[in-house]
Each structure stands twice: as structure tokens, then as C-alpha cells.
Design a protein around this ligand. Structure first.
Ligand code: NAP
Length: 315
């Protein structure tokens, strides 16, 4: 039986692994579809303290991974399909295995929100992308569309100007949500054209994307806009499908947790974006991963004290 299983390998999970490893808990981390989560897909990270020159997201994730490994975390590259939190030890089922654990830290993050328009699914991977870092290179010298108005959409638009001849940033309002410094950079960039007050109602093409149907939400005007690529950055949805009926979740699927990450089940903590719909920063995820691991350490020590009363603890 594992003392603690950490589910998810973004900054929250990897930080929890560093702390749990240093506390001699020999954590098992089940990494999910890709190590590093969303951070590993970010082109440059410019707001994580200690890296004033920006650091590629993949490199930051790799460094966190090495750090966790150095203190004894074991990594399993697998996906958790279900958990049973109704009795102790907790059960964790993956595609390849079944585990038992005294404590769990859930840090499964979130996934890109879909536009849910005709053509999106059909052209996914053939002109529709949710990852500028992964797919930007394929649009060298081409005109592309980016949908969204938050930090992610604006930052990724700026990144895509390295490849594309023009990035048309389609936003549903007349004001961007992104932080001011990003907005100013984008609005100054000659390769970025903001299409205000507009939504994509359909993605069209024949084998590959050739255009998007746009609607101006103020005038109702429709336009078929030519493009060979559509990038979507309109927020995220939490990865909690495997927790349905096991943990208290909000209406939108986020884990309900207190400021220390305690969930509705004693012995289970949440860390990172899976329980955070407000901040969603690497810095906040790191903090919540740290808190969850420290909480889990105390919890396991108490369980052991109960099991072996009078035993002398080493630390
Ligand atoms: P976000 O801040 O929630 O922004 C989502 C954007 O997509 C909003 O502009 C929203 O429009 C638009 N949107 C949502 N649903 C839509 C739909 N169905 N159709 C069209 N547009 C839609 O999400 P995010 O940009 O992914 O950022 C998430 C968090 O990560 C934020 O806290 C952000 O600060 C952080 N982040 C930070 C950085 C950075 O600091 N460098 C980079 C990336 C992300 P409205 O504005 O009208 O709501």
C-alpha cells in the first residue's frame, strides 16, 4: 500500500511530490496524459519568480520533475479512470493498474474548453488546435485565427506571430480580459489584428480548415473569414470526471476544498487548478501543492501514531 498517491503532474502535483518526497513518504505520482500538464505546453513563462529572463514551460516542468525524482518520487505514466474513497485504504484505478493509498493528493488540473461549434471536432488536429506551442510551427507564413480574449489567447497570439504572417484575434467583446502589459504588446504588434465583438459560429473546410464563419454579436452581421488555422484559447474545464460521486464538486466540476486543500473526504487533498477557478497561476499551484503535501504528512504521521502508540518518531 502507498502512503500517498499524487494524481497529476502539473506544478501543483510536482511540488507536492517534492515536499512528500523530502518528508520520506516515497510518493507515487500518476502523471496523466503528459508530464507537466499545461505548463509543459506553454511557450514562455514570464511571471514565475526566479526566472527574470522567461523560461520555456517545458523546461520548467522538466526541472520540477527532476527535483521531485531526486527526493524519491516514483512516476507512473498512466491515467486514473476511477477512485473509491468510500473506505480505507483509498482505491485508485488506472488503465494499467490498481493501487491502494492512505492519502491522496488530486492535482489533475484542467483541459482546454471547446468552442462547441460545427466543424470543431471534425478539424481538430487538421487546422483546429488548442496548443500554440505545439502547432504554431505548421503555420509559417500563413494567416490564422485565434479565439479568446484572456491571457492565454493574447500570449499565444504573440507567440504565433513568430510563424504566421497575420494573427486575427477573434474576441466576443470590445475589451480584452488579458492583463494590461500583454494587451499593450498585442495591440502594438503589426501582425495582430483584433476582430472585436465577434464569435466563431462554424469552422469550415474540405479535409483541412479553409475558413471560419464569424458573427458580429452587436450588428448580427455574418462573414466567411478565410484562414488555414484556428487556435482556441477560451479557458479551461477541470479534469474531475473520475471523481464524480466520490468528492464534493462545484456545479462546474471544480473540487470543493478549503484554503489548505482539504476536500470533503478526510485524507484527500486538492491542489492547483482542479480546485482553483480564480488564480490559476503556476505560483499559486506550487503553493497549494506544498500545503497539500504538508497536510498529508501530518495526517499520515497521525495514522501511524494511532496504529503504533508510544512509538518514537524520528522527526
Ligand atoms: P480566461 O482568463 O478565462 O479567458 C477566457 C477568454 O475566452 C475570455 O476572454 C472569454 O471571454 C473568452 N471565452 C470564454 N468562453 C468563450 C466562448 N465560448 N467563445 C468565445 N470566447 C470565449 O482563460 P485563460 O486565458 O485561459 O486564462 C486562465 C487563467 O490562466 C487566468 O487566470 C490567466 O491569468 C492565467 N494565465 C496566465 C498567463 C500569464 O500570466 N502569462 C498565461 C495564460 C493563462 P470574456 O472575456 O468575454 O469572458
Amino acid at each position: 500500500m502507498e502512503k500517498v498517491i499524487i494524481i497529476g503532474s502539473g506544478p501543483a502535483g510536482l511540488t507536492a511530490a517534492v515536499y512528500a518526497g523530502r518528508a520520506q513518504l516515497e510518493p507515487l505520482l500518476i502523471s496523466g496524459p503528459s508530464l507537466g500538464g499545461q505548463v509543459a505546453l506553454s511557450s514562455e513563462i514570464g511571471n514565475y519568480p526566479g526566472f527574470p529572463e522567461d523560461i520555456p514551460g517545458a523546461e520548467l516542468a522538466q526541472r520540477m520533475h527532476e527535483h521531485a525524482e531526486r527526493f524519491g518520487t516514483r512516476f507512473e505514466s498512466d491515467i486514473v479512470t476511477s477512485v473509491d474513497l468510500s473506505s480505507r485504504p483509498f482505491k485508485v484505478v488506472t488503465y494499467g493498474n490498481e493501487y491502494e493509498a492512505q492519502a491522496l493528493i488530486v492535482s489533475t488540473g484542467s483541459s482546454p474548453r471547446k468552442l462547441r461549434v460545427p466543424g470543431e471536432k471534425e478539424f481538430s488536429g487538421r487546422g483546429v488546435s488548442y496548443c500554440a506551442t505545439c502547432d504554431g510551427f505548421f503555420y509559417m507564413g500563413k494567416e490564422i485565427v485565434m479565439v479568446g480574449g484572456g491571457d492565454a489567447a493574447v500570449e499565444e497570439s504573440l507567440f504565433l506571430t513568430r510563424f504566421a504572417s497575420k494573427v486575427h484575434l477573434v474576441h466576443r467583446r470590445d475589451q480584452l480580459r488579458a492583463e494590461r502589459v500583454l494587451q499593450e504588446r498585442a495591440l502594438r504588434n503589426e501582425k495582430i489584428n483584433v476582430v472585436w465583438d465577434s464569435i466563431v459560429t462554424e469552422i469550415v473546410g474540405d479535409g483541412a480548415v479553409s475558413g471560419v464563419q464569424l458573427r458580429n454579436v452587436k450588428t448580427g452581421e455574418e462573414e466567411l473569414f478565410s484562414t488555414s488555422g484556428v487556435f482556441v484559447a477560451i479557458g479551461h474545464v477541470p479534469n474531475t470526471a473520475f471523481l464524480q460521486g466520490q468528492l464534493e464538486l462545484t456545479e462546474s466540476g471544480y473540487i470543493v476544498a478549503d484554503p489548505d486543500g482539504r476536500t470533503s473526504v478526510e485524507g484527500v487533498w486538492a491542489a492547483g487548478d482542479v480546485a482553483d477557478w480564480t488564480y490559476r497561476q503556476i505560483a499559486t499551484s506550487v503553493g497549494s501543492g506544498c500545503k497539500a503535501a504538508m497536510q498529508a504528512e501530518h495526517y499520515i504521521a497521525e495514522l501511524e501514531d494511532r496504529a503504533y502508540p508510544g512509538r518514537t518518531r524520528l522527526s
